[in-house]
Each structure stands twice: as C-alpha cells, then as structure tokens.
Design a protein around this ligand. Structure first.
Ligand code: FAD
Ligand code: PYC
Length: 413
C-alpha cells in the first residue's frame, strides 16, 4: 500500500489540486489595494472583480487569511436590529448569506437555528417588543415570545422562577444562523484569486501617505506600493491604520473573549443570548458549545485569555443550563473589538481622497461580511457610497448623528 501511494505521489499526471491558485510576486502598483485579509477585505476583493470587473487588486494581510477577528468570532448571523438603518443593512446580508456557499463553491455550514434574546426584566421585555415591531415593519421575521413558547423552542433552558434572573420571555428571530467562519474567508479568497486578484499574506502595512496626484503610497515590510485607491478593512487595528494617514476615528479598542466546550451530544438547537447574564451560546455541528460573554472592561491591544472571563461566563451559563456542570471548556481565545459610540460600523469615504474605510465592527461584524464586501466594492469602483451604507459614514459623528444599536448588540459592555 505505501508503495502504491508513493507511485501515485510521484507521477506527474496526478497533479494535486491546489485550493488557492499559486501566489504571484508583489508588484509596486495596483489600481486598488485592500489592507486586511479578513472576511471583509476578501469579500470586497471578490465583489470588485465579480461585479465591477476590477481585478488589478492586491489584498495585503500582515498574518495569514482570517488570522484576525474573522476566525475568532462566535459566528452569529442575524438581522433583528433596533434601528431601521441597521436592520435593513443586516437583512440584505442575510439574503446574500443564503446563496453564498453555492456561489463560492465551499461548504460554509450555514445553519439557520433561530435566535433567542432572553428578557429577564420588564425593561428588556419593552426593548424586545420595540425591536420586534421595527423588524416586522421591515419584513424581518422577529417576535416577542412568552415562557410557554420559549419552553417549546428551547426545552433545555432553565425556566425556573427560583434563579437570580428568571427568564420572562424572549425576542425570537427564526432566521438567526451560524456559519463556519474561516471557510467564509477561504471561499472569498479563492473566488477573488480565480478572477485575478492578488493576495499577499505576511505583508504588513507600516505607513500610509496621500500624494498630491490623488494616489496613495503604502509602506510595507516588503517595500512600497502605490495604489489608485485604498480600502482599509483591519477590524481591531482600525484606529492605528487610520492614524497613519492622518484620520482620527471615534473608536475604543477592547478585547472580546470566547471559548468552546468539549463536544457534547446535540441538545441545543437555537442560538441563546442573555443580555443580563452576558452570555451567547450556540452548539456547533461538531457538538461543541461556542460561548462568549461581555467585552473586557478596559481598552487593550491584546488577545490573551483570562481565567476571570471563563469563571464568570461559566457561572452564568450554569444558571441557564445547570446540567452542564461537568462539561469541560476545551479552548479559549480573544479578538480585539473596535467599539464605536453608537455600536454601529463606520463605512464610506474619509477626509483623504481615494481612501475608504470599513471599520468600527466591534462585536457585530461577521454577519455583515457579504453585504459590507459588496457595498465597499461598489464604493471603491464608483466613488459613491451605496444607499445601504450612507447612514454609517464617518461624517455622522461630526453632525452628532448616531445609529444607536446598543440595545441590539448581544454583547454586554
Ligand atoms: P479581521 O478578520 O480582523 O481582518 C482584519 C485583518 O487585517 C486581520 O487579518 C489582520 O491581521 C489584518 N491587519 C491588521 N493590521 C494590518 C496591517 N497593518 N497590515 C496588513 N494587515 C493588517 N460578529 C458577529 O456578527 N457575530 C458574532 O457572533 C461575533 N462574535 C464575535 C466574537 C469575538 C470573540 C470577537 C472578537 C468578535 C466577534 N464578532 C462577531 C465581530 C466580528 O468577528 C468582526 O467584526 C469581523 O470578523 C470583522 O471582520 P474583518 O474582516 O473586518 O476583520
Ligand atoms: O452580533 O450577534 C452578534 C454577536 C453575538 C456575539 C457576539 N456578537
């Protein structure tokens, strides 16, 4: 058997299938450079080529594909937001998610589970009702459910009235989903490369200058690159990159931690979120519970894990699912979340011509990957922000306008 394998391996006619086309050498100029090889940057590259025929594009990534928040998140996808601007934007993303695996030719394990945001107080019931009404008005499937309905939707949930924060009801969003996050990045990367886009990993942008002729000069640890236009999509490093080109962002960067349990028999169908207990949890196809809590309470550029976080999260998890007391946590990690004052992203033009920004994605940007990629591609191709992202422009803060999504953020802050 090993001999047969060896023969197979050395015969030229059985060429291995490369998942990605071979990387090309880094050039000194491109029409468009995208900084950041996470889901957002790669999706933007893909749609630039697919929708606008622009493929003289380089994606510069300082680590490896999806080494940032794209493969660190808890993969929750939903559109049950509080503001009409937010809800419509995320709803368009949901539409794109549904056909994405087929389009990219990769199993994204997109799984619609239903999303429950538990309400433990009268105030939370009021916010849930408000969200449900905004959602329904926009055609988004979302409703307030009481304890009886909740017991049917999630029989494993502790609905006892004898706990610290008894559950009074929930906002139920049937299309709420999870997906395999790293595969999203790989699918977009392959699709973009097949159209001629270059992806350069291990290439860090260290300086940015806007030149008089409107082009942008990027310093990297592999030499300088001139770009007609630049799209910045670096998640937790947004303020640092923007500062290089002289833009100050209203962003605070804080760590957000998450963890997974050992694989358990499937028992949890919906995604369960509790704002009061600072928990969100879903069960992956592998059986692991994917869990997260609140952001760390201080600004920090660090992705270390803390015992404090796990202890606090597990204490709260056990209130909702007491039978998990012997389950083990297997892995724990963190990402850096760029928090904006209104818990909405920043997308659009900047004071620097030909420099576009895709930032402020805090704890909520994974679900937006398809719609944001598509809208940023349109912006870079036409110079005009599509209607869907206009409300999220950077300028809104100087007009004191906000798209307030704190009440729909899922994550405690
Ligand atoms: P990233 O994937 O971080 O990509 C940015 C890339 O830029 C990185 O790969 C980085 O290496 C690169 N980069 C940085 N600086 C430079 C440089 N100087 N030069 C070159 N490259 C550079 N969102 C949801 O919608 N649902 C969730 O359930 C959810 N859960 C989360 C849980 C956690 C623990 C965390 C941390 C985040 C969560 N989020 C969630 C938020 C979500 O992960 C992010 O908003 C989203 O992944 C951002 O994607 P991105 O492509 O912009 O960023
Ligand atoms: O945006 O739904 C979300 C979310 C859940 C956990 C982190 N972000």
């Amino acid at each position: 058997m090993p001999l047969a394998l060896l023969k197979y391996g050395i015969q030229r006619k059985y060429k291995g299938n490369r998942y990605f086309p071979a990387a090309k050498p880094l050039r000194s100029a491109y029409d468009v450079v995208i900084i950041g090889g996470g889901g957002h940057g790669l999706a933007c590259a893909y749609y630039l080529a697919r929708d606008w025929g622009i493929s003289d594009v380089a994606v510069l990534e300082k680590g490896w594909l999806a080494s940032g928040n794209t493969a660190r998140n808890t993969a929750i996808i939903r559109s049950n937001y509080l503001t009409p601007e937010g809800a419509l934007f995320y709803e368009e993303s949901m539409r794109l998610w549904r056909s994405l695996a087929g389009e990219l030719g990769i199993n994204l394990m997109y799984s619609e589970r239903g999303h429950l945001t538990l309400a433990h107080t009268d105030a939370a019931i009021r916010t849930s009702r408000w969200r449900a009404e905004v959602n329904q008005h926009l055609g988004i499937d979302s409703e307030l459910v009481g304890r009886d309905e909740l017991a049917k939707l999630c029989p494993e949930l502790n609905l006892s009235e004898d706990i610290r924060y008894p559950v009074l009801g929930a906002l139920y969003h049937p299309p709420g989903a999870i997906a395999r996050h790293d595969a999203v990045a790989w699918g977009y990367a392959r699709g973009a490369m097949q159209s001629g886009v270059e992806i350069h990993q291990q290439t860090e942008v260290t300086g940015i200058q806007s030149l008089d002729d409107g082009s942008i000069e990027l310093e990297t640890d592999r030499g300088s690159i001139s770009a007609g236009q630049v799209v910045q999509a670096v998640a937790g490093m947004s303020s640092e990159l923007a500062r290089m080109v002289g833009i100050k962002l209203p962003i605070r960067s804080v760590p957000l931690q998450a963890c997974v349990s050992e694989a358990l028999k499937p028992f949890l169908d919906p995604i369960v979120v509790s704002g009061s207990l600072h928990i969100y949890v879903s069960q992956s196809a592998r059986g692991e519970l994917v869990m997260g809590g609140a952001t760390d309470p201080y600004p920090l550029y660090s992705t270390r894990s803390t015992l404090d976080f796990t202890e606090g999260l597990m204490a709260n998890m056990l209130e909702l699912f007491p039978f998990l007391e012997n389950a083990k946590v297997l892995r724990q990690w963190a990402g850096i979340a760029d928090m904006t004052p209104d818990f909405s992203p920043v997308m659009g033009i900047t004071p620097v011509s030909n420099y576009y920004i895709d930032a402020g994605w805090g704890t909520w940007g994974f679900k937006a990957t398809p719609v944001c990629g598509s809208c940023m591609a349109e912006l870079a191709a036409t110079g005009k922000a599509p209607e869907l992202i206009k409300p999220f422009e950077l300028e809104r803060f100087s007009r004191m306008e906000q798209v307030g999504e704190r009440g729909a953020a899922s994550v405690g802050h």
